[in-house]
Design a protein around this ligand. Structure first.
Ligand code: PLP
Length: 389
């Protein structure tokens, strides 16, 4: 009855976790959720009223799939060298990924991803029957030698990367790796898809050069307001040269005609009046404190058995258990102790291979819960070890 696509659809482990953590007594570091208490409800409410009071009925009409011009203009301003004509509004950046697949992937086509990478992107690429090739990633960036070999021998359709505050690792590529990869992409004429949901959540450190500046002709950028404003508005965007953007526009027309524009006007005003920037500054202050709280708690409770990098921004810490335990098995003990994380294995193409990493989200829990949750994680680890002696 159903298509092969449905039969082959990977089951999202995070959905299983979300089911498990319905129980409020579980402290969850699992979902990639922003802190809901910081959603700028009053500011949004005022701006919604403003748009309602000052717009004509035509705001409700069908219109171009590209999205509301004022928002596209505001987004274009956030790039060093872009115009509104290069911006397409999408229903979250997840739709950007879908349009990308529709535009480029025939069954069996090779695409390259970081190892590990964003779970929902991996699942989506698999749905489109892409031949996914992983390239090793460290906290400084991808292995450039390995990447060149893949570019040379496999001629991928594109390389999908989250070079800044990556999901799941929180790692950011250094400038040197970015420059080398941009050169490789140019030499082998490979498209770089730069997914940047977390860039604006930078707590410290120098901003590296994005691929849209290093490689304007071959870079497709994806962005979103899900992490900087609210996920529920489902507003994201794609930035690309017009040759690509025209195709994405056609793919979007065939998918949903257009995204709802009303909230796009609201967001455009929030950007134009600098209120969004002020809100992001506030987020950065709170998230930095939460990151520090989690990093200190991890060092204090588990310091001698784990390793991790402290990210300069974003929403995640990627923790390795140095004794190489299978964190999928540890997960059951964690849930018994009412703490949740995402086992690292789900972020790899072959999620059946045991993995010593876990992804911890620190933005959603309170500082108190972060301290308590890491204590529970230590208990879970001790119980797991006692069971495996
Ligand atoms: C790397 C990455 N890309 C894309 C998305 C999708 O974001 P949205 O569709 O809410 O814009 C996420 C969400 O967590 C993400 O982490």
């Amino acid at each position: 009855m159903f298509s092969n696509r449905v039969k082959n659809a990977p089951r999202s482990f995070t959905r299983k976790i979300l089911d498990l953590i319905q129980d409020n007594s579980v402290i969850s570091f699992a979902g990639g959720l922003p802190d809901e208490s910081l959603f700028p409800h009053e500011v949004v409410k005022a701006e919604i009223n403003n748009v309602l009071n000052n717009s004509k009925k035509s705001i409700y009409q069908y219109s171009s799939a590209l999205g509301a011009l004022p928002l596209r203009e505001e987004i274009a301003k956030t790039y060093k060298d872009a115009s509104a004509s290069q911006i397409l509004i999408t229903t979250g950046s997840q739709q950007g990924l879908d349009l990308l697949c529709k535009a480029f992937i025939n069954a069996g086509d090779v695409i390259v991803v970081e190892k590990p990478s964003y779970l929902a992107a991996l699942n989506l690429f698999a749905l489109y029957d892409a031949n996914i090739i992983e390239v090793s990633l460290t906290c400084k960036g991808v292995d450039v030698v390995e990447l060149e070999e893949i570019f040379k021998t496999k001629k991928p359709k594109f390389f999908y990367t989250i070079p800044t505050f990556q999901n799941p690792t929180g790692w950011s590529w250094d400038e040197e790796t970015r420059v080398k990869v941009a050169k490789l992409a140019k030499d082998y004429n490979i498209i770089i898809v730069e997914d940047s949901p977390y860039n604006a959540l930078r707590y410290e450190g120098k901003i590296p050069t994005p691929f849209d500046e290093l490689l304007p002709q071959l870079c497709i950028s994806l962005g979103t307001f899900s992490k900087t404003l609210v996920p529920d508005f489902r507003i994201g965007w794609m930035r690309a040269k017009s040759e690509f953007l025209n195709v994405f526009q056609a793919m979007k027309e065939n998918t949903d005609l257009q995204s709802s524009k009303f909230l796009q006007y609201v967001v455009a005003n929030l950007m134009n009046s600098n209120q969004l920037n002020l809100h992001v500054e506030n987020l950065i202050g709170v998230y930095k404190e939460k990151r520090d709280t989690m990093a200190s708690a991890l060092k204090e409770e588990l310091g001698d058995i784990i390793s991790f990098e402290i990210p300069q921004g974003g929403m995640f810490i990627w923790v390795k258990f140095d004794d190489g335990i299978d964190t999928m098995q540890l997960f059951d003990f964690a849930i018994k102790n009412q703490v949740a994380y995402v086992p690292g294995s789900v972020f790899y193409k072959n999620s059946a291979v045991p993995c010593p990493y876990i992804r911890l989200n620190y933005t959603n829990a309170t500082c108190e819960d972060i301290k308590e949750g890491i204590k529970r994680l230590k208990l879970a680890y001790m119980q797991y070890n006692a069971n495996h002696e």
